[in-house]
Every structure is written in C-alpha cells, then in structure tokens.
Ligand binder design. Sequence first.
Ligand SMILES: NC(=O)c1ccc[n+]([C@@H]2O[C@H](COP(=O)([O-])OP(=O)(O)OC[C@H]3O[C@@H](n4cnc5c(N)ncnc54)[C@H](OP(=O)(O)O)[C@@H]3O)[C@@H](O)[C@H]2O)c1
Length: 339
Amino acid sequence: MNTINRQWRIVGRPEGQAGTDHFEWHEEPVPVPGPGQVLVRNLVLSLDPTNRLWMWERDTYLPAQKLGQVMRGIAVGRVERSESEALPVGTLVSGLLGWQDYAVADARAVNRLPADPAMTPELWLGLLGHIGITAYFGVTDVGKLVAGETMLVSGAAGAVGSLACQIGRILGARVVGVAGTADKCRWLVDELGCAVAIDYRREDLVEGLARCCPEGVDVYFDNVGGPMLEPVLDRMNLHGRVAVCGAISQYNRTDVSQFDPGPRNLFLLVVKRLRMQGFLTSDFASRAGEAIRALSQWHRDGLLRFRLHEVEGLENAPAAMNMLFVGTNLGKLMVRIAR
Ligand SMILES: NC(=O)c1ccc[n+]([C@@H]2O[C@H](COP(=O)([O-])OP(=O)(O)OC[C@H]3O[C@@H](n4cnc5c(N)ncnc54)[C@H](OP(=O)(O)O)[C@@H]3O)[C@@H](O)[C@H]2O)c1
C-alpha cells in the first residue's frame, strides 16, 4: 500500500475555462479511517461537466466547494482498510470520493457495489452509475418517450447523450442526435442507431432541424442548454416534452446570472401545451435498481454500447476536464487512477 495520498485541491474560482491557477497538487500521508469509516483506494474518477459548476462561488444543487478543499468528484474504488462491518476490505464502492488517490468516507456515505466480475469499475462509474441512470430516467420518466415518436438529443455523442440516443432507439423511437463533429455524427448514425444527426458547428440549426425532423420533435433531451432551445421549441409537436438534463454550453460562466437569456418563444409552451422539466439523477435514487437492471440487460444483449474515453493518471485530471467543454471527448470521460 502507498503511504502518500496525492490530491488535487481547488484554490481559485475560474472565469471561463478552469486552468492550472485554479487547482493545486498536494501530497499528504494516507489518512486513517475512524470508527464506522473506510479507507477507499480510488480506481477510476469520473470527469463531469458539473465539476465546473462545483467550482462556482455560489451554491448549486450542492453547496459550493470551499477553496483549499480536495476537488469534489465521483469515483469508484476499493475498500483498503475498514472500521465498518458493513464494508469489508475488498468491497467495491462508489461515491463522492474526490480527486485523490485515497478517501476516508463514512460507510453510510458510499454505495456498496455488487461483486460481479462482469461489472467492472468503469461500468459502475458510467453505464450503471449516474450517467446511465440519468439517461434512462430522462428518457423514460421525464421525457415519457413512446414508440414511434421522434426524440432529439443534444450533446448526443457524450456520455449521457450517447446512452439516451440508444435507449430511445431501443424503445422504438426515431432518434435524431446533435453533436459537434462529422465523426461524432457518423458514429451516432452508423453505430448507435440514430436515424440522422446534425453537426451543429457546421449546419445552421434551423435548417438542420427542418431536414432531420420533418414531422417535428416529440421529446427534446437537452444536455447543452443555451440558444439551441429556441429553434427546437419552434419544431416541437403538440404535447411535446423537454427533458432538461443539463446546460454545458453555459457552465464556464461564473454563475447563472451570466447565462445567455432564455428563448423568446417560451410562449410556445402554452400554444403547443408542452411540458419542460429539469431533473437530477438523485431524484431517482430509490429507483436506481430499475435502471441498472434494464441497462445491464440491454448491454449484455448487445443492444446498448458503452464507450469509454479514458485518460491515464490523476495528474492529468484538470486538463482532461476541459475536454468536455471543447468537445474532444467521445463517450464517457474518466481518469484512470489505479488498476
Ligand atoms: N441532471 C443530471 O442529474 C445530470 C447528470 C449527469 C450529467 N448531466 C448533464 O448532462 C450533460 C452531458 O454530460 P456528460 O457527462 O454526458 O458530458 P459529455 O456529453 O460526455 O461531454 C460534454 C459534451 O458537450 C458538448 N459541448 C460542450 N460545449 C458545448 C456547447 N457550447 N454547445 C453544445 N455542445 C457542447 C461537447 O460535445 P460536442 O462535440 O458535441 O460539442 C462535449 O463532448 C451536461 O450538461 C451535464 O451537466 C446531468
């Protein structure tokens, strides 16, 4: 076992993209768990757009992080020392374990993951973790997608988006993806089963929506926020649903007061009797098992692909986080800390 715990701590509030000024590399002795606690060896760290929100000075859906704290992050790791009978040494767990090699956590504050060799730490962090659960309930419960409908997905080639697209296809919908490169659009159509895709950096969105959604949009799974909503609302069908999952196009601002103004045509919610609903993965915590069962079955049956974009080494976490904002990730971005 190592004796040193390497960490990234947050030391600044970015304006725009986060950079080296906002993080500090810190090394300290590996901590010792107290009664009811465990020492977790982090294996894989999730990089999420929300990491950038957690750097804001203002609270979001979680309290703002204080400067000097270990950067908050979701990870999967293995219990290496235990002071809790509930989590013996060797147990695989997930939780807010931070950008570090080792975390001491209360046994009740982490999720115990089943010991199934087919379910790797990477699958638990992505497909069967917060990413898959978000995509599943966003499509089924919030979007209320029905077979034969058209679902439009923004951020379609990313972690949540690529799963949402495939879930929509499995449920019998016609899925249209929006992504930022020709390669991503090809992947969406050729491998994930989208009917068609829009490269939003190269094609005018109004024209793209007319070309790809001639019969309108029934469900819009929105991962990006910002100006895209206005042309999409124009294209929505009567009684359509907008599942607001996230707004990555805006997160590099200092807080919500800096966001782009909302769409001018919000009145279309009245005209077309649309429903627009934001949601968080945690809203569905008590039903996570339902999503995990469906996602793992589809994955086993070869219906659902999970693509991993792995970056090697904790030291590369801050730079890798920005890949999400320039769009250089394809699939679920994560950092390999240990094997
Ligand atoms: N509600 C929840 O509980 C929950 C849980 C997880 C994630 N989320 C949200 O889901 C969204 C996707 O997260 P993820 O983890 O799956 O990330 P991701 O999609 O794997 O990565 C982010 C992608 O967003 C695209 N992007 C970046 N800037 C953009 C912009 N200005 N306009 C349009 N697209 C842009 C990039 O792809 P392109 O090349 O296509 O631009 C990039 O690859 C985020 O908004 C996140 O906050 C919400």
